[in-house]
Design a protein around this ligand. Structure first.
Ligand SMILES: NC(=O)c1ccc[n+]([C@@H]2O[C@H](COP(=O)([O-])OP(=O)(O)OC[C@H]3O[C@@H](n4cnc5c(N)ncnc54)[C@H](O)[C@@H]3O)[C@@H](O)[C@H]2O)c1
Length: 324
């Protein structure tokens, strides 16, 4: 298959590239702007450099999108402005990438490759604060910051292009992914940030009692789920939550990290006002609909995912130490 991975130098993108490479015969093109404001780098892709074609480019570039979508069987769009705080300090940047970028891609697919399967990666945070005990796809959307608002807008673009132009679009809403090739900064997901603190034997600060629940998923499961969706054309045209059945409190997640990595110390602090205002509180989401449709289940529990993450970190350190 000819596969295009937009935003493939990022956390999920790196794992998806590796998942696609597991199947013989896949030709993979990665496009990523290596956006400095998102602290993006090419470093992690260097490990698979000889197996992919990499183009440094922007999803807002209509000429590039015109050229690059042609001849592709599958297009995964992982390219996004992914910092919730940055979306508030620079909302215009967020709208440019998370709205206009997606429209630019969709226009290119509409004009130059209507057959392609196009999978858009969205976020569970489009719903805002959860109402009721368990959230499913019929939950309303009242996002709390600009990133989530724009992710929700882009979801509608994908749906509209499916309904109006018959494009094969699919949206999966992920939540709290963790694992290798992530970024060690709090604005890009708290679990990878906690892991980076534990690795360096630092304090892991949790807000309040850390009782808020979160669905969590090991990123290799997320990459496998995205790959499996290619073979279920029936589900295209829809929006699904793509979350693990497992959910834990933030405190429990921090405790598991400290236990698996054998380092780090949990410290409780008062909620900073800016975080409290965009906090989604307790949320338990159901991914049952998607799992039922494609008969798929995640492989890793939280503990197993953390153990695998630690193994990958250690192997990479060993390779770097040997200069490989
Ligand atoms: N990581 C999670 O827990 C999580 C949860 C829910 C949804 N998502 C979604 O998954 C997708 C991937 O997220 P991630 O965690 O890998 O983030 P990431 O920041 O690691 O990766 C995003 C990549 O997109 C690239 N990019 C940004 N703007 C671009 C542009 N204009 N053109 C081309 N490339 C551009 C960046 O350079 C970066 O490499 C995003 O759409 C995000 O909203 C992630």
């Amino acid at each position: 298959m000819n596969i295009l991975i937009l935003g493939g130098a990022g956390f999920l993108g790196n794992n998806l590239v590796r998942r696609c490479l597991q199947e013989p015969g896949n030709n993979i093109v990665v496009v990523d702007s290596l956006e400095p404001r998102l602290k993006s780098t090419i470093d992690n892709l260097k490990e698979v450099w000889d197996s992919i074609e990499f183009i440094q480019g922007d999803i807002r570039d209509a000429a590039l999108m015109k050229k690059i979508v042609q001849g592709k069987d599958v297009i995964f769009n992982c390219a996004a402005q992914t910092s919730h705080p940055l979306s508030l300090t620079d909302p215009f940047f967020d709208v440019e990438v998370n709205c206009l970028g997606n429209l630019t891609l969709l226009e290119a697919v509409k004009k130059y490759n209507k057959q392609a399967l196009v999978i858009y990666i969205s976020s569970s945070t489009v719903i805002g604060k959860a109402v009721g005990e368990v959230v499913n796809e019929s939950h309303g959307e009242l996002p709390l910051e600009i990133y989530s608002a724009n992710k929700g807008v882009a979801e509608k673009y994908y749906r509209i292009y499916n309904r109006v132009y018959n494009l094969n679009t699919l949206t999966l809403r992920f939540a709290n992914l963790y694992g290798p090739y992530g970024k060690a900064y709090p604005e890009f997901g708290f679990i990878n940030y906690f892991i980076s603190l534990a690795e360096r034997d630092k304090e892991i600060t949790i807000y309040g009692e850390g009782q808020q629940n979160r669905n969590v998923m090991y990123v290799e499961d997320a990459a496998d789920l995205l790959y499996q969706c290619i073979f279920h054309k029936r589900i295209f045209g829809n929006v699904y939550f793509a979350v693990h059945r497992e959910h834990y409190s933030v405190r429990k997640i921090a405790e598991e990290i400290v236990s698996v990595f054998g380092k780090g110390k949990i410290v409780k602090i008062e909620w900073p006002e800016t975080r409290r205002r965009i906090e989604i509180d307790n949320v338990i989401i159901s991914g049952a609909k998607l799992f039922y449709e494609i008969k798929w289940e995640p492989k890793y529990t939280l503990r197993e995912g953390l153990i695998k993450t630690k193994e990958i970190f250690e192997n990479r350190k060993l390779k770097h130490a040997k200069g490989k």
